[in-house]
Design a protein around this ligand. Structure first.
Ligand SMILES: Nc1nc2c(ncn2[C@@H]2O[C@H](COP(=O)(O)OP(=O)(O)OP(=O)(O)O)[C@@H](O)[C@H]2O)c(=O)[nH]1
Ligand SMILES: [Mg+2]
Ligand SMILES: [Zn+2]
Length: 344
């Protein structure tokens, strides 16, 4: 059988099992070949938006079949609640992750801290984008920006209004050089509106927030990559309801660099910064050099992470035990059958 000739393409959209790929200046519908589906050990082996893939062309070049995924430079994963299920890949090969948060009801520091951990963990650099500046007058604006800067040490913070256009140019600048980025954030934060503002036309569908509580209506339902006039690429994602942290120690350390730095001075190497003697982190809170809220957030996320690790490990252990029990049953049944065949 002759081997199919393949060409490189970029995955630009994903809807359940079907994809859209970009090659030679146009977008084509694409599916995944049976071999790739069959050999995939988990979702991580299947294509995701931002992936460079090898495709063969069919139906007079109108359809593509994906045969392989090229190695990734970064991968943003969304961990679902600790059900033991695989993490869901959201976007691949991204240089920066823009965490989009509105300065309206969508403003939430605890959620931002959680998204920062996930972003750092992906291998891409996070940027915080505060939208709806037009809805937040001073002095609340200054206070909100300061709290964000405290929660995101060493991370660039951009403040803008997609309605007036103020500050939008700074996002376009960050996309310079044609880099690929991804927008994440809660529903209604203004991710798709900002993409439209950067595109110069209504590329993405947007929807109003609920008047009762300011929450979004989950307007964007699938991931989609947009090519922008500034040369950059943005992957728009649906609003995230929950983002569970699991095995994200690297991301946690990168998000709380000031605590990691202080922890080097703690008397005990495995100090939990609770009540151990000689704890430099607790001492910094006492002196007022580290805000108490930062330590509380760190402890909360760390506790949650450890809890999920234990729970997931427990699920894995139970699954392994079930498998080994099923295997020994199979062996036992096999020997019974053999004995019967031998007339034993
Ligand atoms: N006043 C104001 N409204 C904005 C701004 N950015 C977005 N909005 C409004 O916020 C609402 C939600 O915007 P979307 O862009 O659909 O939000 P999203 O983050 O894409 O939401 P999902 O697709 O549901 O995840 C829309 O009514 C927008 O017009 C802004 O900078 N200022
Ligand atoms: Mg949207
Ligand atoms: Zn300590």
């Amino acid at each position: 059988m002759s081997e199919k000739s393949t060409v490189p393409a970029l995955v630009t959209a994903e809807q359940r099992q079907s994809f859209t790929v970009y090659l030679e200046g146009r977008e084509l519908p694409a599916s995944v070949c049976g071999k790739l589906l069959g050999e995939a050990a988990s979702k991580l082996d299947l294509p995701v938006v931002g992936d460079n893939v090898a495709v063969s062309l069919h139906d007079n070049g109108e359809k593509a079949v994906i045969h392989g995924v090229l190695p990734r430079t970064s991968l943003l994963l969304r961990k679902e609640a600790a059900t033991g299920k695989d993490a869901q890949p959201l976007a691949a090969n991204i240089a920066k992750i823009f965490i989009v948060m509105g300065l309206d009801e969508s403003y939430n520091i605890a959620r931002l801290e959680r998204l920062l951990v996930a972003a750092w963990d992906s291998g891409a650099a996070p940027v915080v984008v505060l939208t709806k500046k037009d809805l937040c007058p001073e002095p609340a604006l200054r206070e909100k920006i300061s709290a964000v800067e405290r929660a995101a040490p060493g991370v660039e913070v951009v403040c803008l209004s997609s309605v007036s256009g103020e500050g939008v140019e700074s996002v376009a600048k960050l996309l310079g050089g044609g880099i690929r980025c991804c927008f994440i954030g809660s529903s209604g934060a203004g991710k798709s509106t900002l993409i439209n503002r950067l595109s110069g036309y209504e590329a993405a569908q947007t929807g109003p927030v609920r008047t009762s509580d300011g929450r979004g209506r989950h307007t964007t339902t699938s991931r989609h990559l947009y090519f922008l006039p500034c040369g950059g690429q943005i992957i728009d994602t649906p609003g995230i309801r929950e983002f569970c942290l699991e095995y994200a120690q690297t991301g946690l350390d990168a998000s709380f660099t000031e605590i990691e730095e202080l922890a080097k001075e703690c008397r005990f190497q495995d100090c939990s910064h609770n009540s151990e003697p000689g704890c430099a982190v607790v001492a910094a809170v006492g002196k007022g050099t580290l805000p108490a809220v930062r330590l509380t957030s760190y402890q909360k996320l760390k506790k949650e992470m450890l809890h999920h690790e234990i729970k997931t490990d427990l699920i894995k252990r139970i699954q392994a035990k079930r498998k080994s029990m099923a295997f020994s049953r199979l062996c036992r049944d096999g020997s019974v059958k053999k004995r019967k065949l031998r007339g034993g």
